[in-house]
Design a protein. Structure first.
Length: 312
């Protein structure tokens, strides 16, 4: 009998956990050729998420939990779940809020078990119900990262997926601490079957992804999978040097050929000066972001800290 571990990152999901368990049991219990375990990762929740998860574990040995000492983020929760679940034949990731439909799990397992795929992953067929600003920013982000990076990330891809053990082992072999899983999932490759499904509203509670968090996540993705911003500094530096020479030559010609010292030349010169100073600060910020990531990796701090678990 093949074993399946379903990783469920949780942050303040008390309102939806009972519904999630009901849905998972409804879908997974009839799949008698697989042995399931449900790995709940409590990411420092401030509500009753942990007590509810622990009550699940008391009545069902298939329910495992890992609880962090504080909120480390979904990326850390997925990593912790994969590190624990690597013993299983198949490892899946599904959100707790029921925006990912458990009904896809049988088809995903069939794709891996019977059709020979290494990964079965979900992608949204629409963005209905999503805020217009978030949708626009998300679309812009994927266009940018796919232009400047070496990988091509599906703009509707989700974390909801089921992977063979060898895929997860490859993911865990990547030691970086600032993680961007959508990029990692793409970078490791493997034969993937995609399943489209309609966007679903949360079953309960509120979204944890603010514009600020999404922006940080996007920045991690871009800086983690391309060095193009660093090359941008070189080309912009060359451009501004050429522009400075042209303005200087223009001012000299006006002064000696026409015996004029136009005020407009000074205005233009000051405009270029302020513009180049602003550009310099932006580029310095880009260097700082890359340097900060190097600093974080060198420190070698753990991605997460576990306060309690029943997985030992």
């Amino acid at each position: 009998m093949k074993t399946v571990s379903l990783i469920i990152p949780c942050y303040n999901e008390a309102d939806v956990l009972h519904m999630l368990r009901t849905e998972l049991y409804r879908v997974c219990d009839p799949l008698t050729s697989f042995q399931f375990e449900f790995v709940f990762v409590n990411d420092g929740s401030k509500d009753d998420t942990l007590p509810i998860i622990k009550s699940f574990a008391e009545t069902d040995k298939r329910c495992k939990y890992i609880s962090f000492s504080r909120n480390f983020g979904k990326e850390a929760a997925m990593l912790a779940g994969m590190q624990y679940s690597v013993h299983s034949d198949y490892i899946g990731i599904i959100d707790a809020d029921l925006q990912h439909s458990p009904d896809l799990i049988p088809e995903m397992l069939s794709a891996c078990e019977e059709e020979g795929y290494d990964v079965a992953a979900a992608r949204r067929s629409d963005r209905e119900g999503e805020e217009a600003l978030k949708s626009a920013l998300s679309g812009a982000f994927y266009k940018v990262i796919n232009k400047v990076s070496e990988i091509n990330i599906n703009d509707s891809a989700q974390d909801f997926r089921i992977m063979k053990q060898k895929v997860v082992q490859s993911i865990l072999a990547m030691p970086e601490r600032i993680r961007f899983s959508k990029g990692i999932f793409t970078w490791v490759g493997f034969n993937t079957k995609w399943f489209s499904h309609e966007n679903r509203e949360r079953a309960a509670g509120e979204t944890k992804w603010s514009i600020r968090k999404l922006a940080k996540y996007a920045l991690d993705g871009i800086l983690g999978y391309t060095s193009s911003p660093l090359r941008l500094a070189l080309w912009l530096g060359i451009l501004f040097c050429i522009l400075g020479v042209i303005i200087g030559v223009y001012a000299i010609i006006r002064r000696f050929a026409f015996d004029e010292l136009l005020m407009e030349s000074f205005v233009m010169l000051y405009g270029v000066l302020f513009g180049s100073s602003g550009l310099f600060m932006i580029l310095l910020g880009i260097f700082g972001e890359y340097l900060a990531r190097v600093y974080t990796e060198i420190k070698g701090r753990p991605v997460y800290i576990i306060s309690e678990t029943n997985t030992k």
